[in-house]
Design a protein around this ligand. Structure first.
Ligand SMILES: [Fe+2]
Length: 322
């Protein structure tokens, strides 16, 4: 696949890495410095739609930089022009709709590290693309690190072949306990099950959870434990070079106050395996400094992503697509 396209100028950014011969992220600038207006960008995307999508799959991450994207409305037009269908977000992140397909990425406290994940990894349908737009770049921290998922599988296979095999064969089980909004005084995440399932009726909430493939166990304090499983450890997706993606969230959920990740029969995954896996994810991570107007396209089937703690202000908006 031709890396260059005369409609864009290929650039580079600090922090990029070459993974298996592909630069991540692929940085695309305006073809001519004085043609950085939104209209030209939209036209260029429209005329090179197929090529652009192939670049996202090939390089896993594409960063549009140097274009005059200065509002959620402008970002929404970019998303619409790409033409991929919207997928509704389901998950623990507190989000607010800003404009049409554009939402806040996560309103959890900026001091919190949002741990690496494939978006909606535990559900049947996951977005194929996660698109992020930087309206206000953070003064310090606040990067959106991402990780080529197959690299994690490769290293884990090398270091813990038996455990990879056991987890793959048996499957994984996750639990997550959501408090009731009525009892939740914490500022962390701040979402009770009422918000997560969009209803304060427990019967309706349970119906919605079941539809998403979760079981529920109600707690004496009004909270609920959601149980998901069996789930795969890795997945291979069409068109991704047969790469085995680390399509799970064991490091993020294992042994936490409100969550767990075990084998499907409840057997614990050894602490040192999970810890080393966390180190591998960090070793393989790629990050750059956000600049105002950046638009980042992530192949959600190929990359884990997260958010580093940030000093305020920081405003990064998101759209998720099928
Ligand atoms: Fe995310």
């Amino acid at each position: 696949m031709e890396q260059s396209c005369k409609a864009f100028k290929v650039g580079s950014c600090e922090g990029e890495k070459v993974v298996d011969g592909e630069t991540m992220p692929l940085v695309l600038h305006p073809a001519e410095a004085n043609k950085n207006d939104l209209e030209t960008l939209l036209l260029t995307l429209k005329n090179n739609k197929e090529w652009f999508e192939q670049m996202i799959i090939k390089n896993s991450a594409v960063l549009l930089r140097g274009f005059d994207v200065n509002s959620a409305e402008g970002f929404n037009e970019i998303v619409e022009t790409c033409g991929w269908e919207n997928i509704r977000y389901v998950g623990p992140a507190p989000r607010t709709q800003i404009y049409k397909r554009v939402w806040t990425a996560n309103e959890g406290p900026l001091s919190e590290f949002i741990y690496y994940h494939h978006e909606m990894v535990l559900f049947k349908d996951h977005p194929l693309k996660v698109i992020l737009y930087c309206e206000i770049p953070p003064p310090e921290g606040g990067e959106t690190p991402f990780v080529p998922s197959f690299k994690v599988t490769e290293k884990m296979l090398k270091e813990y072949p038996e455990w990879v095999q056991i987890m793959e064969e048996k499957g994984l089980k996750y639990t997550f306990t959501a408090r009731s909004t009525q009892n939740d005084t914490s500022s962390m995440r701040g979402r009770g099950w009422e918000d997560a399932f969009g209803t304060s009726d427990p019967i309706e909430a349970e119906k919605r959870a079941n539809a998403l493939g979760m079981d529920m166990e109600w707690q004496p304090d009004g909270g609920v434990k959601t149980i998901l499983g069996p789930r795969n450890l890795t997945k291979v997706f069409e068109g991704r070079k047969g790469r085995r993606m680390w399509f799970n969230t064991i490091v993020g959920m294992h042994g936490k106050e409100l969550s767990s990740a075990t084998l499907v029969d409840g057997t614990e995954i050894p602490e040192h395996v999970v810890k080393r896996c966390g180190e591998i994810i960090e070793e393989e991570s790629i990050q750059f400094k956000w600049q105002k107007g950046d638009v980042l396209f992530l192949d959600n089937l190929a990359l884990l992503h997260g958010r580093r703690p940030s000093l305020p202000p920081r405003k990064v908006l998101v759209a998720t697509c099928k």
